[in-house]
Design a protein around this ligand. Structure first.
Ligand code: ADP
Ligand code: MG
Length: 238
């Protein structure tokens, strides 16, 4: 334990929550399957970034996580890699419809970036990802979602539109990510986020990532996450 505490200190990682898994040093330590290890290597990712070192083992253990680290620190792979594992762990995938992993992001650019990152790792497994955001034809997105996917990456407003149009059902969704939560709040998406969260089964795993953690975001996190582990990397303001 002492050694783990020292290691976290060298990496400037702070954690709070009970029974926090220890940080990993390599991707191998995370126990990823060979296909996923190959996809990681193909990206040129040699070792996990600091946030990944601590967030990966916690997310893989099934816990809810609040992850706070600055832009460019590699937060996306912290939730995308465990999402692939989570999806592959679902028994009888074909029995139900709708995405298993749902990721909300504040802007179409960010949603698209996450989509590209998710596709790189999903491809090896035949997992389908769809991106859904404003500025694209609703009919085209409706058709794409109707065709089926395991992962949906969306801006909150457009996801609500798609849910209203019954382009997808959330019955299978068990892995929810709110990325750049601070920016989603700044853009006024709190009501949409609450509506989306309310449509996803409560026994889901919920992850919230942000570069900063203003009090209102912290409050939402406390309401919608269960026994979360909070991971902070470096100096982060509120
Ligand atoms: P954040 O969401 O924290 O702003 P990103 O997830 O967008 O950061 O990652 C920033 C950049 O770092 C991206 O170009 C991504 O491909 C790259 N990256 C992520 N993880 C690693 C890694 N383990 N090794 C090398 N590069 C990485
Ligand atoms: Mg990001």
């Amino acid at each position: 334990e002492q050694e783990v505490a020292e290691y976290r200190k060298t990496l400037a990682i702070r954690v709070s929550g009970f029974d926090v898994p220890r940080p990993v040093k390599t991707f191998e330590d995370s126990g990823f399957a060979p296909e996923l290890m190959r996809a990681i290597a193909k990206q040129g990712y040699e070792k996990p970034t600091t946030i990944q070192c601590q967030a990966l083992p916690i997310v893989l253990s099934g816990r809810d996580v609040i992850g706070i680290a600055k832009t460019g620190s590699g937060k996306t792979a912290s939730f995308v890699l465990p999402m692939i594992v989570h999806i592959m762990d679902q028994p009888e995938l074909q029995k139900e419809e709708g995405p298993i992993g749902v990721i909300c992001a504040p802007t179409r650019e960010l949603a698209h970036q996450i989509f590209l990152e998710a596709k790189k790792f999903a491809k090896a497994y035949g997992i389908r990802a769809s991106a859904v955001y404003g500025g694209m034809s609703k009919l085209d997105q409706f058709k794409e979602l109707k065709a089926g996917c395991e992962i949906v990456i969306a801006t909150p407003g457009r996801l609500i539109d798609m849910l209203k149009m019954k382009a997808l059902t959330m019955t299978r969704a068990t892995y929810l990510v709110l990325d750049e939560a601070d920016r989603m709040f700044d853009l006024g998406f709190e009501p949409q986020i609450r509506s989306i969260v309310g449509q996803i089964r409560p026994d889901r795993q919920t992850l919230l990532f942000s570069a900063t953690m203003p009090r209102k975001v912290e409050k939402l996190a406390r309401e919608i996450l269960s026994d979360p582990v909070r991971v902070t990397v470096g100096e982060v303001g509120t």
